[in-house]
Design a protein around this ligand. Structure first.
Ligand code: G
Ligand code: G
Ligand code: NA
Ligand code: MN
Length: 256
């Protein structure tokens, strides 16, 4: 299709851009990192969201190229923020990676190279992958995950709770954190049974030796309930929508 051809062209001519959404430490309000979210500024159609063009990139065989572009852009952006003295060594950039990236040994090399070329500490880069991508994959994924983790980068399971959540893989896979899908907190603040569910998920995640990040926080009440239940980190429109990088300095300056 025309859109696929446009996407192919834009990977060469820089029509993609990254927005960033803060991840916040609930106890303090400190911004502990940001998630990079890709957008496509199309010349005639305006902004196209990733839900629309990521599947297209997968089908057209462009997803590796897109993934590499996102990886390099996000880690170089982090380098710039570090150099500008805006963030310290605890601050991380989270990058969504596709199942294709996960199955590619080249991707591990790409991560190694971008860390080397930027000098960013590997702990400051966190790769987010969906549990669907992991479960659909094969044994190789475990080696790829191990290989990535061997570089020292963080690994986070995204959209936790929407796929085939299995306790056995949570224990088995070399991952650091899960990002709990926003559907698990939509009723928080309205449905009185929801806090118990959040508490149970948190306990389960911690029993597996992992930590949880809660996404989709849209109200102060939800943030307060999560904090009260002992949750450490969260993300959502209540704290900030995804913003262009130019707005990150003011968000950092305004943090509690
Ligand atoms: O940006 P938005 O909040 O609309 O994201 C929609 C979906 O697209 C999410 O599932 C998100 O994980 C995915 N997504 C956003 N940016 C990227 C990216 O750079 N690479 C991949 N593979 N997925 C992304
Ligand atoms: O699948 P992933 O978690 O990577 O998706 C991130 C998506 O979630 C992006 O499209 C982002 O715009 C969206 N998002 C981020 N915060 C919120 C929120 O508080 N509420 C809702 N409904 N969507 C959110
Ligand atoms: Na994500
Ligand atoms: Mn998610």
């Amino acid at each position: 299709s025309q859109l696929v051809e446009d996407l192919r062209a834009t990977l060469k001519d820089g029509g993609l851009t990254l927005y960033y959404q803060p991840v916040v430490e609930l106890a303090t309000g400190r911004i502990e990192g940001v998630e990079a979210l890709v957008r496509w500024n199309h010349p005639t159609r305006g902004f196209i969201m990733p839900d629309e063009f990521i599947p297209l990139a997968e089908e057209a065989g462009l997803i590796s190229e897109l993934g590499l572009w996102v990886l390099r852009a996000a880690v170089h952006q982090l380098r710039d923020w570090i150099d500008a003295g805006l963030v310290d060594s605890r601050f991380s950039v989270r990058i969504n990676i596709s199942a294709t990236d996960l199955q590619s040994l080249q991707f591990i090399e790409d991560v190694r190279n971008v860390l080397k070329e930027t000098g960013v500490r590997p702990e400051q880069v966190v790769l987010e992958l969906t549990e669907v991508a992991i479960v659909k994959g094969n044994e190789l994924d475990r080696y790829s995950l191990g290989g990535l983790r061997g570089l020292g980068v963080g690994i986070e399971i995204d959209d936790f709770g929407t796929g085939y959540s299995s306790i056995s893989y949570l224990r088995r896979l070399p991952v650091d954190r899960v990002k709990v899908d926003r559907s698990l907190i939509t009723g928080l603040g309205t449905d009185p049974t929801q806090p118990a569910l959040v508490a149970a998920v948190l306990q389960l995640v911690r029993a597996c030796g992992l930590e949880a990040v809660w996404e989709g926080v849209e109200t102060a009440e939800q943030a307060e309930l999560l904090r009260g239940l002992g949750c450490l980190s969260a993300q959502g429109y209540f704290f900030s929508r995804p913003v262009p990088p130019g707005q990150i300095p003011e968000l950092l300056a305004a943090q509690a």
